[in-house]
Design a protein around this ligand. Structure first.
Ligand SMILES: *Cc1c(COP(=O)(O)O)cnc(C)c1O
Length: 360
């Protein structure tokens, strides 16, 4: 029998076992065609059906309104840091960026190559995790306001959607998209690298409101040009066909799970299980403000960090992998995206409890 491994990687992250098995079963013989979906022309009717179905399933899951396009692009999450700036700053080269952690900082660095960026802190006080209570000093004439909904490194998930009036809100949802229901109509543009909650790395999904498709800088490369991509159903050039297909399998899996309401309840239960354990322990801790704690990425510390190496090697031996924290934060990080079952979180908590008792 296969040993059960729970993979807590922040990304590329685990995919649902059912999806992996389905892909495996079809790997060399897609729809009885005798070839892999990877070997199909992206212009073939068979592949176009795969692509369209994936798009429709994502539209259903997120209840994306009709006046939004869904694009399947390349270059991952970071590619969109550049693409969104080039696509939105052609007529008005001023944007507001809210900083909440490392990913929003990286987004700013790319936008600054394109236009003028004003940087606003998303937190009050100095602990860098207490979310600002709605008193933003936003520029009413900015082309857009950007924020990162879930900071994957710090484990900070913004607890509310910033109110930006007429200014379009742009959101990096790489590590939280599809983890709970979402009101897409509050956003001008949503984007996500795929390798956390959607599928294989390299792919990025962009959901963009139609009226924002005429704001691009003229030098925007065509493979990043939202309007051109929207017009060509994301096939200006050859799309990452296999990643798109796998994303489609994940979307179908999510529908079978009961959609985003059900995923939200599940993810909430997983996160609560973990935070409750850590909060009631004097061996482990998590320092993120309770209001801003991520459901997807949970950094935690051993209060005695000389035990870190022992913790990681024993966890590995117990089938609990990739728990080492991001190098900038240290300690541990458990990423518990959609594909992580609650049994995995329970197994981790059980292991942590045994480890704590052995070492205190
Ligand atoms: C992973 C991640 C990215 C970058 O994704 P790449 O595909 O590696 O470029 C961007 N933003 C957030 C919030 C992420 O978690």
């Amino acid at each position: 029998m296969e040993k059960t491994i729970y993979n807590f990687s922040a990304g590329p992250a685990m995919l649902p076992v059912e999806v992996m098995k389905e892909a495996q079963a079809q790997f060399r013989n897609f729809n009885d065609m005798g070839v892999s979906v990877m070997e199909l022309s992206h212009r073939s009717s068979e592949y176009i059906a795969v692509a369209k179905e994936a798009e429709q399933d994502l539209r259903d899951l997120l209840q994306v309104p009709d006046n939004y396009k869904i694009l399947f692009l390349q270059g991952g999450g970071r590619g969109q840091f550049s693409a969104l700036a080039m696509n939105l700053m052609g007529k008005n080269a001023n944007a507001d960026y809210i900083v909440t952690g490392q990913w929003s900082k990286s987004a700013i660095a790319e936008a600054e190559k394109v236009g003028k960026v004003r940087v606003l802190n998303g937190f009050e006080g100095n602990d860098n995790t207490t979310p600002l209570a709605h008193h933003w000093d936003l520029d009413p004439n900015a082309a857009y306001v950007h924020y990162c909904v879930n900071e994957t490194v710090e484990g900070v998930e913004y607890p509310f959607i910033p109110e930006t009036g007429e200014v379009p809100l742009v959101a990096d949802m790489s590590s939280t998209i599809l983890s709970r229901p979402l009101d897409v109509s509050k956003f001008g543009l949503i984007y996500a690298g795929a390798q956390k909650n959607i599928g294989p790395s390299g792919l990025a999904v962009v959901i963009v409101r139609d009226d924002l498709l005429d704001q691009a800088c003229p030098q925007t490369p065509i493979v990043m040009d939202y309007a051109a991509m929207a017009k060509a159903d994301s096939m200006v050039n050859t799309p990452p066909t296999y990643a798109w297909y796998l994303a489609g399998l994940v979307f179908k899996w999510l529908k079978r799970q009961g959609g985003l309401e059900a995923m939200g309840e599940r993810n909430k239960a997983k996160a609560e299980l973990f935070y409750n354990y850590v909060d009631n322990s004097d061996f482990y801790s998590n320092s993120v403000h309770p209001q801003a704690r991520s459901w997807m990425n949970i950094p935690f510390q051993l209060n005695d960090d000389s035990l870190n190496d022992a913790f990681l090697s024993q966890a590995q031996a117990a089938g609990l992998t990739t728990l080492k924290g991001h190098r900038s934060v240290g300690g541990m990080r458990a990423s518990i995206y959609n594909a992580m079952p609650i049994e995995g979180v329970q197994a981790l908590v059980d292991f942590m409890d045994v480890f704590a008792k052995q070492h205190s």
